[in-house]
Design a protein around this ligand. Structure first.
Ligand code: DP6
Length: 398
């Protein structure tokens, strides 16, 4: 038996977020500075999260990282940007004081796991980089503005540094110091709001957000018009809808902004199409459901993939999930179709059923995660939840 070497480790979790006013397009690829501001809802970590352990030890020979149990290249430029920034901030904070903080010359080991499909359009990079930056900051005792660091990992990650409703201000400085996330309202602000993630496909997306948005910036005149003339007004209107808990306005604007984002993708050359037939069916269903009630009771939004994210209110969630289950009956994993917050089957009226007028599409949706608005990153105190063992290597992942 070899003696175990002392190791300092910290484990944190971070949420994913879904934009209701989308970010699409960079003005600076390296610093990840956007061409428009965006606004998102942070999703609750009880249902969707990334967990990251970062450890340092004088025995580590090099910086290493494992994602979902598999070792990845630590040389990735975005990873390097985040690590370099945190170490720089730690150095800055320490100059003048010594204290008992961890030595900056030691190498770091990082292990990170997602509890949802990576690269399936569920903003896994947002939760991933937010968690990485938050965990490293805890490890090195950095307390400064961290959304600016997370942004350099992935743009949308800066919004996952805060809970509730979050705006990423595009800023205008070339160094990006003013391109930061700010909370618009806390997670307790709108307790009736519910979020359904309809997982349509768990396959990796064909065109990544990064390369897709780059081609859009180069070729889409609609994107330019959107960033300059549409988004500023929409952000103000969205902030008002959230402040007043106006679901009708919130839902309509969310759908319009998702549609405009996908329109800019189609306006890109060569065109990008992230939505598939099931996505289109879900959109049609939402509109028919709302038309039946004569008001916006549910709203969809789609990121760079076919999965739908639905916003609704507590009073409608059981009924809408029952509708989804009838129209997209589970093909195999019937008992595992509904994940997250409990859903009670609802009685659907004959009028509603005939208004929806849709043929069932078995298997179109793989599963549904029911969740709500949630808080920002958290520290896990329980050492049992650490992802790295005393030897600094990942514990076996199930
Ligand atoms: C469609 O943040 O993944 O989800 O900054 O290149 O890492 P990079 O892109 P990423 O893009 C997210 C795009 C989006 C819209 C949004 O979340 O605002």
């Amino acid at each position: 038996m070899t003696a175990e070497k002392p190791l300092v480790a910290i484990t944190c979790t971070a949420p994913t977020n879904i934009a209701v006013i989308k970010y699409w397009g960079k003005r600076d690829e390296k610093l990840i500075l956007p061409i428009n501001s965006s606004l998102s809802v942070t999703l609750h970590q009880s249902q969707l999260k990334t967990t990251t352990t970062a450890a340092i030890s004088r025995d580590f020979k090099e910086d290493r990282i494992w994602l979902n149990g598999k070792e990845e290249d630590m040389g990735h430029p975005r990873l390097q940007s985040c690590l370099r920034e945190i170490r720089r901030l730690a150095r800055k904070r320490r100059s003048g004081s010594d204290g008992d903080s961890v030595p900056l010359s030691y190498k770091v080991h990082i292990a990170s796991v997602n509890d949802f499909p990576t690269a399936a359009g569920l903003a896994s990079s947002a939760a991933g980089y937010a968690c990485l930056v938050y965990t490293l900051a805890q490890l090195y005792g950095v307390e400064s503005e961290l959304s600016e660091v997370a942004r350099q990992g992935s743009g949308s990650a800066c919004r996952s540094m805060l809970g509730g409703f979050v705006q990423w201000h595009m800023g205008d400085r070339p160094d990006g110091k003013d391109s930061l996330a700010q909370q618009v309202a806390p997670e307790s602000h709108w307790p009736e709001l519910r979020v359904l993630v309809l997982v349509v496909s768990a396959e990796k997306k064909k065109v990544t957000s990064s390369s897709g948005m780059q081609t859009s910036v180069e070729t889409s005149s609609l994107l330019k018009f959107r960033a300059e003339s549409v988004v500023p007004g929409r952000l103000a209107e969205m902030a008002r809808c959230i402040a007043e808990r106006d679901f009708e306005g919130f839902g309509q604007l969310t759908m319009k902004d998702s549609n405009q984002f996908h329109a800019t993708c189609l306006d890109t050359f060569p065109p990008i199409c992230y939505l598939n037939d099931t996505s289109q069916q879900i959109m049609g269903l939402v509109h028919r459901f709302n038309a039946h009630y004569g008001k916006t009771k549910v709203a969809y939004t789609f990121d760079a993939g076919p999965n739908a994210v639905i916003f609704t209110l507590e009073e409608t969630v059981d009924e809408f999930v029952t509708v989804i289950k009838q129209i997209f009956p589970p093909e195999m994993n019937g008992d595992r179709f509904l994940k997250g917050l409990p859903i009670r089957p609802a009685e659907l009226s004959e009028e509603l059923k005939s208004a929806l007028a849709m043929e069932p599409s078995p298997g179109g949706i793989r599963y549904i995660i029911t969740t709500q608005v949630g808080p920002g990153p958290q520290v896990l105190e329980d050492p049992q939840q650490q992802l790295l063992g005393p030897d600094g290597l990942p514990k076996l992942v199930s």
